[in-house]
Each structure stands twice: as structure tokens, then as C-alpha cells.
Design a binder for this molecule. Structure first.
Ligand code: ZN
Length: 195
């Protein structure tokens, strides 16, 4: 705008018969620019307009068929852990089913497969929007390796008593969810009450 004005000033000096026309053009130009800016502001700004708009929220399914919750998520009160004989918070939902089959709760990619005596086999899957789902206390893992793509509902393994830290609960899946690296309550994403 500054350059345009300077240019116009020079033009005015060279040809004083056209200032009215130039002034009109400048006025029109400024008007168009103001309108464009106003439209962008009303649409939430230029930057937001160029971002892909996604209104679809990521959806998760319960990772077991006819799952029964055996121990719920609790970050604000302690629950007794009979296996470890102590009271603790539980940042996961423990669930069991008749055959113990465990399925991926959403499309994603295998982030890690670990095994240790306290948690048993643990599979972690990364999903869109910074979500990670964690499947602990599995007896085995169904031919998966890190980096594999998995589909929602794909069988990952079978829940068991492999996690010594929760073995007294019987065979179950210790299911946790993380959003941007922080544990979140799976009840907020899964319809577990009716299962
Ligand atoms: Zn648990």
C-alpha cells in the first residue's frame, strides 16, 4: 500500500490532470482490500482457511466381544490391588470376556510389543490425533510386529493372567488409552457400560 501511494504521488506530479481518476482507483483498491480482509476475519482468518477441515471425530470400538468390566479406571481414588496387596490408582479399564479374544479398538500402527512378568504381553498401537491404545496382560500376540498396520476389530491376541501385578483378577485385558502421551479414561471413548 505504501509503495502504491508513493507511486501515485509521483504520477500526480507528472500529470496533474489525472489525480481524481487515480484517487478513485486507490479508493476502489482500498475498498476491495478492506472487504477481502473483512471476509477473511469473518471466516476465522486466512491461516484457518488453508488448513484441511476435519469434522469427523476418531471412533473407537470396545476391544473385546461382550466385555465385562472387572476393574474400572480411577485416577481420583485408590482401588485395592489384591495381587500386589496395596491400594493404587488404576489408569486403565480391566475387562474380561468368555473367550478372551482381544481386538484393535481402531485403525492404527503397532508401536511396540513388550513382555515382562508384571504386565505380561503388552501391545501398543498408535492412532490418529495423538491417540495410543495399550493392551496388557495378553498371553500371546497374533503374528504382529512393530510397524504393522492394523484395522479396527483385528485380533491382537488373547487376554490371560500373564500380568503378575493383576493375576488375582483372573484372565483379563488391561486396556489403557493415551492422548498426546497422557493417560485418558477409556470410558470417555468406549461404550463400556452396556457391554
Ligand atoms: Zn489393570
Amino acid at each position: 500500500m505504501k509503495k502504491v501511494n508513493q507511486k501515485n504521488q509521483k504520477t500526480e506530479k507528472r500529470n496533474w490532470k489525472k489525480p481524481a481518476g487515480i484517487a478513485l482507483m486507490v479508493a476502489l483498491f482500498c475498498g476491495v482490500m478492506s472487504l477481502a480482509i473483512a471476509l477473511n476475519v469473518s471466516n476465522g482468518g486466512v491461516e484457518k482457511e488453508t488448513e484441511p477441515v476435519s469434522t469427523k471425530e476418531i471412533e473407537f470400538s470396545v476391544p473385546m466381544s461382550n466385555a465385562v468390566v472387572v476393574k474400572d479406571y480411577a485416577d481420583d481414588h485408590l482401588q485395592y490391588n489384591a495381587s500386589l496387596n496395596r491400594w493404587e490408582i488404576h489408569l486403565a479399564v480391566d475387562m474380561a470376556s468368555e473367550n478372551g479374544d482381544v481386538f484393535a479398538c481402531c485403525d492404527g500402527k503397532v508401536l511396540s510389543i513388550d513382555s515382562n512378568s508384571l504386565e505380561g504381553y503388552v501391545v501398543k498401537i498408535s492412532h490418529d490425533d495423538g491417540f495410543v491404545s495399550v493392551y496388557g496382560s495378553l498371553s500371546n500376540v497374533e503374528g504382529l510386529k512393530v510397524g504393522d498396520a492394523v484395522k479396527m476389530g483385528q485380533k491382537l491376541g488373547v487376554a490371560d493372567t500373564s500380568a503378575a501385578n493383576e493375576s488375582k483378577q483372573g484372565g483379563h485385558l488391561h486396556f489403557a488409552m493415551l492422548k498426546d502421551g497422557v493417560e485418558v479414561d477409556p470410558n470417555n471413548y468406549l461404550d463400556l457400560q452396556n457391554k
